[in-house]
Design a protein around this ligand. Structure first.
Ligand code: GDP
Length: 335
């Protein structure tokens, strides 16, 4: 049975990837940080087949112990401080976790090779996936963005992700580790954290529809993003590790939409006009903005045979419908 270790198991992607790998017959281990982690009960309830291991991306020894104990065939490093806005408030922690965290996982993999000679055919028999991000393109140098587009990150988050991306390449080249980076463009779902713009819109629109909220206060509505469905994107992560050679891939839809288009479709799904409810406020503006992201996913399509299943409209509808159902359930439970 193939064994996978996932860091960031309690996040949106950790959930979808676990489901996908369990469906393929994998034995899945998930790294959980901290004592009495509030997300642990939810993980145990929703994914009872995942084995939970305790460790921290800030703690090198904990990662080495886990790699030696679990002996994974594949490691997916999804753990990060992933909210761009927060990275300006906690830039150092973002660098430690989102940037150096990847290095520590790679070090644990590298050092495990000397500890187990049977794995010595490359530096280690363990394959590694790094969750790279389109935020690395930042102030984009070309449009659309592909694997060769230079980076120009615009936030401490983007800078930390660029470090993690390059250290992944470097460990591949230095130690012959089967290490891949997926440069994933924004990917969303009903499990997306409510701090991200898509979920903030779908939750807000739903609550307005139900009379629980009067308006939605947001930041800049002009930027453009290439949004896909997270459930589609985890398939690409897995495919990267099944190739003959390690490589980096851009994963996105090749379509771009303004934030206000997302808002327009989400409110329209509920029979509302977003312009009557959305207000912008400076508190949500960022010190530096990423104005335009659009992927050129041709390499992933040609080499991995990957394509998305859920369209932009399908994604908006799925998220609005899920929030409406969740809100209705909460209200029914309250009476
Ligand atoms: P990001 O692309 O990883 O930063 O994902 P987000 O979902 O956090 O933000 C996407 C875009 O929406 C960025 O350009 C934000 O500036 C913009 N945006 C506008 N209003 C808001 C808001 O109220 N919350 C968030 N999170 N983003 C907003």
């Amino acid at each position: 049975m193939t064994r996978a270790l996932i860091t960031g198991i309690t996040g949106q992607d950790g959930f979808y990837l676990s489901e996908h790998l369990l469906g393929l017959g994998y034995d899945v281990y998930g790294l959980i940080r901290g004592q009495a982690n509030p997300k642990r009960p939810l993980l145990e309830r929703t994914l009872p087949d995942v084995h939970i291991v305790d460790g921290d991306l800030l703690d090198q020894a904990s990662l080495m112990n886990i790699i030696q104990k679990v002996k994974p065939d594949e490691v997916y490093n999804l753990a990060a401080i992933s909210f761009v806005m927060l990275s300006w408030n906690q830039p150092e922690l973002t660098g430690e976790i989102t940037g150096l965290g990847a290095l520590r996982v790679l070090e644990a993999i590298r050092l495990s090779a000397s500890a187990s000679p049977s794995r010595s055919k490359s530096a280690s028999g363990i394959k590694f996936y790094q969750a790279s991000s389109s935020e690395m393109f930042g102030k984009v140098r070309e449009t659309p963005q592909n694997e060769k587009t230079p980076f120009h990150p615009r936030s401490p988050y983007g800078v930390a992700k660029a470090y993690a991306h390059y250290i992944t390449m470097n460990y591949r080249e230095s130690y012959n580790i089967f290490a891949c980076s997926g440069i994933l463009f924004n990917h969303e779902s009903p499990r997306r954290g409510p701090e991200f713009v898509t979920r903030k819109i779908t939750q807000g629109a739903t609550r307005i529809k139900l009379g629980l909220q009067k308006e939605l206060v947001m930041g800049d509505l002009e930027p453009r993003r290439d949004w896909g469905y997270a459930g589609d994107y985890v398939r690409a992560m897995h495919l990267m590790l099944q190739q003959d050679a390690p490589d980096d891939y851009v994963v996105g839809t090749g379509e771009t939409h303004q934030i206000k288009e997302f808002a327009q479709l989400a409110f329209a799904r509920l029979g509302l006009d977003y312009r009557e409810y959305v207000r912008t406020d400076a508190q949500f503006l960022r010190p530096a903005e990423v104005d335009l992201l659009i992927a050129d996913p041709s390499k992933a399509r040609e080499k991995l045979g990957w394509k998305r299943e859920v369209s932009f409209q399908g994604l908006v509808d799925m998220m609005v419908d899920a929030d409406l159902a969740a809100e209705a359930k909460m209200q029914a439970a309250a009476v």
